[in-house]
Design a protein around this ligand. Structure first.
Ligand SMILES: Cc1cc2nc3c(=O)[nH]c(=O)nc-3n(C[C@H](O)[C@H](O)[C@H](O)COP(=O)(O)OP(=O)(O)OC[C@H]3O[C@@H](n4cnc5c(N)ncnc54)[C@H](O)[C@@H]3O)c2cc1C
Length: 377
């Protein structure tokens, strides 16, 4: 069930507790974000008996279901995604592989929310999460405040595209992968694609068919030759988890897995566009340059990844001296009330599913061991 924020705020079934900022609604658990990770958590909260709206709620900044999938390029189809894992207890219906992922997945998420009667309130953007003297958390949004005993943050990365800085200035068209809408606008141009991840490969496999492309990456891309077996998946997850448990900044999944033999990779290989060059030194008015050797291009596509969207958690001061957040499983090591889902080792559809379940298990124990008992149905 998705309800419009006008229906639930400011009146509604949840308990209220006045705060200095005005009335706030109270829940035992609050999920931020209704992508794969947030929906998985919401499903498990319902399953464990948390009452929709009075026991828990999901706040999502978008107007409609779909999480990041709703914003992806129309050229990304179900045939070219790397592998999509169904949410628990209701599978993605059989879908024509040619269907745009930005259509198929949001349709599935909408059906999922309805089927499990998940209390998603949108559009509600969380602006800040703060500690309260009573040990609960105050969640400030663009549409009122909430007070919660446990927080499941599942805000993804899509809203924080990463653009590295290089000296110089390019006068032509530049865009991040987040704004890429398919190859048509680049037909017949000279296009530079920056980045060594799966999104760069997708762009090369599409733009390379209609334009001249040059591919640059910071380090030599590593292609994983063997099969992506469950054992290999577990090894990768363990390596990423090791970093976040040590409080180090999160690395991209591809930096650990290497590029896989995806449909897009094979297409790019067939097009002969995978001749990687090292990163340029600077941007110039008409292109890029390595020393005094300049390469003129018409457009630059920065497929340089994303960072975790955690700006609203800044008041909690979760980051340590290493620049990362020290994690223990799905929760912040020093704060068992705060879980980060879809973060680090769980930044994939399968990882997000698992993180939702694991976090809810822990929250059930955390709340049981503290007073008052959670509002279960
Ligand atoms: C281009 C691309 C392709 C990918 N392809 C695959 C693939 O094929 N297979 C795979 O397993 N994984 C893939 N991944 C990774 C996978 O998409 C993600 O790990 C997973 O879908 C992310 O789910 P999520 O719930 O963490 O975040 P999202 O889907 O990003 O959902 C986050 C939600 O939080 C909301 N939100 C953000 N900030 C706030 C706020 N302040 N207040 C309220 N709401 C907020 C957003 O509106 C959004 O609805 C891909 C990633 C990218 C970038």
């Amino acid at each position: 069930m998705t309800i419009d924020r006008a229906t639930i705020a400011p009146e509604g079934p949840a308990r209220e507790d006045p705060t200095p900022e005005g009335p706030a609604r109270e829940v035992d658990a609050l999920v931020i974000g209704a992508g794969q990770a947030g929906l998985s958590a919401a499903y498990h909260l319902r399953r464990r008996g948390f009452a929709p709206y009075t026991g828990f709620v999901v706040l999502d900044a978008d107007d409609a279901p779909g999480g990041a999938w709703a914003h992806r390029s129309p050229s990304l189809t179900m045939a070219t995604v790397h592998g999509f894992h169904d949410l628990p207890d209701f599978d993605l219906p059989a879908t024509d592989p040619a269907t745009e992922a930005r259509v198929a997945v949001p349709g599935y998420f909408a059906a999922y929310e309805a089927r499990h009667a998940l209390p998603v309130v949108r559009p509600v953007k969380v602006l800040a999460v703060r500690d309260r003297p009573d040990g609960r958390l105050l969640v400030e949004t663009d549409s009122g405040s909430w007070i919660t005993r446990a927080l499941l943050n599942a805000t993804g990365t899509w809203t924080r595209p990463f653009l590295p800085r290089y000296p110089g200035r390019f006068a032509g068209r530049q865009l991040h992968y987040a704004d890429y809408r398919g190859p048509a606008e680049f037909a017949g141009l000279r296009v530079l694609v920056v980045g060594g991840g799966a999104s760069a490969i997708q762009v090369l496999s599409e733009v390379g068919a209609v334009a001249g492309t040059v591919w640059v990456t910071r380090t030599e891309p590593v292609v994983h030759q063997g099969p992506f077996t469950p054992e290999y998946g577990r090894e990768v997850v363990a390596r990423v988890a090791e970093r976040v448990e040590a409080g180090l900044p999160v690395r991209s999944v591809v930096s650990v897995t290497g590029l896989g033999p995806s449909v897009a990779y094979r297409r790019a290989e067939e097009l002969g566009v995978l001749n990687r060059r090292p990163m340029f030194d600077r941007l110039t008015e008409h292109g890029v340059a390595w020393g005094d050797r300049e390469l003129p291009v018409d457009a630059i596509i920065w497929a340089t990844g994303f960072r975790a969207e955690l700006t609203h958690l800044a008041p909690l001061a979760l980051r340590g001296p290493g620049g990362g957040i020290r994690m223990s499983g799905t929760h912040v090591a020093d704060d068992p009330r705060v879980h980060l889902l879809g973060y680090g080792p769980s930044a994939s559809t399968v990882g997000a599913n698992r993180a939702g379940r694991a976090a809810v298990n822990e929250i059930v124990h955390l709340l049981r061991d503290s007073e008052p008992a959670p509002a279960l149905v």
